[in-house]
Design a protein around this ligand. Structure first.
Ligand code: AKG
Ligand code: FE2
Length: 296
């Protein structure tokens, strides 16, 4: 239970937050969908509704191992030449701010990435959450990063924020094991119900940020995106508060991708590089999979 002076600060913070609150309504009328799920998938879906974050019931252990070998350690891997044409660097400025020495956008056409998204119920769970088809807003990225507070103290995603503009859902897969004292994402459970919008740029001062993080963690229960390699998390980062909790001398390897309800068309640099191959692969797939790549 927080102490009285902490409660007072929480209330002040809440008032500060609501000044910037925006309730983004699902404005365009969408085709309503609902997919049948197994009992465990349904449990996962219900958790997403309740907490704004959930762990997918399947762990993609072999897939994570493959992605580490084929991408992050690409320079020593024989498959690299096949992949080269589909890999794109993320913003070098953001990469250096976040301590990423490997941060690349890749293709859904990769057999393993394809199987994770188009042969599982990940997209069905997210579509059920939206109540309409989920659409990828860009291709997935694979990121390997360390953290050094002296260099990276300006990393904006270490401050609690929501990515509120496009009703975004994030999917993050761990490519190697992560423990609580490794760098990882923290999501504040049930904060997605409050329609909070904190602009990251409003939090310039480090001490102020730390204080704000502490207060929010008293108000909402933190959910740590940690676990074994291949763990896959789904989170409503459009509405819920989250941040990267960075620890020095640790390395995080992840694959991440984000989705929207289709209110957003991917920028040229975020689109699928092997679009024709991907369309062919999806030709006889269920509509939920075909729809998901419509805007990339
Ligand atoms: O896990 C992190 O470093 C935070 C990233 C983030 O803010 C996001 O994916 O929306
Ligand atoms: Fe975010």
């Amino acid at each position: 239970m927080p102490k009285l002076n902490e409660l007072k600060k929480i209330i002040e913070l809440q008032e500060y937050i609501s000044k910037y609150a925006k309730k983004k309504l699902f404005s365009i009328l969408k085709e309503k969908v609902h997919f049948d799920l197994t009992e465990t998938e349904n449990k996962c879906f219900n958790e997403l509704i309740k907490y704004g974050v959930t762990k997918f019931p399947v762990t993609f252990y072999n897939e994570a191992k493959y992605l580490m070998e084929a991408y992050v350690k690409e320079r020593i891997h024989p498959m690299v030449s096949d992949k080269e044409k589909s890999l794109r660097n993320a913003s070098p400025a953001r990469a250096s701010e976040t301590g990423s020495d490997y941060w690349k956008f890749c293709s859904f056409s990769d057999e393993v990435i394809f199987s994770i998204f188009f042969k599982s119920s990940v997209l069905k769970i997210i579509s059920n959450y939206y109540g309409s088809f989920a659409h990828f807003r860009r291709v997935p990225f694979i990121k390997s990063h360390t953290f050094n507070s002296a260099i990276h103290s300006k990393d904006v995603s270490t401050v609690y924020h929501t990515d509120y503009s496009i009703n975004q859902i994030g999917v993050q897969m761990l490519l190697t094991d992560l423990k609580k004292d490794d760098s990882h994402m923290i999501y504040l459970k049930e904060s997605h119900k409050k329609y909070i919008a904190i602009d990251r740029r409003l939090n310039a001062n480090d001490d102020e940020c730390k204080e704000q993080n502490k207060l929010l963690e008293l108000k909402y229960e933190p959910y740590h995106l940690i676990g074994e390699a291949g763990s896959l998390f789904i989170f409503d980062n459009g509405n819920g508060l989250h941040r990267g909790d960075m620890h020095e001398d640790t390395r995080r390897n992840i694959m991440q991708v984000s989705l929207s309800r289709g209110d957003y068309k991917a920028k040229v640099q975020d689109r699928e590089p092997l679009k024709i191959e991907l369309s062919q692969k999806l030709r006889s797939a269920e509509k939920v999979y075909q729809e998901s790549v419509k805007f990339i």
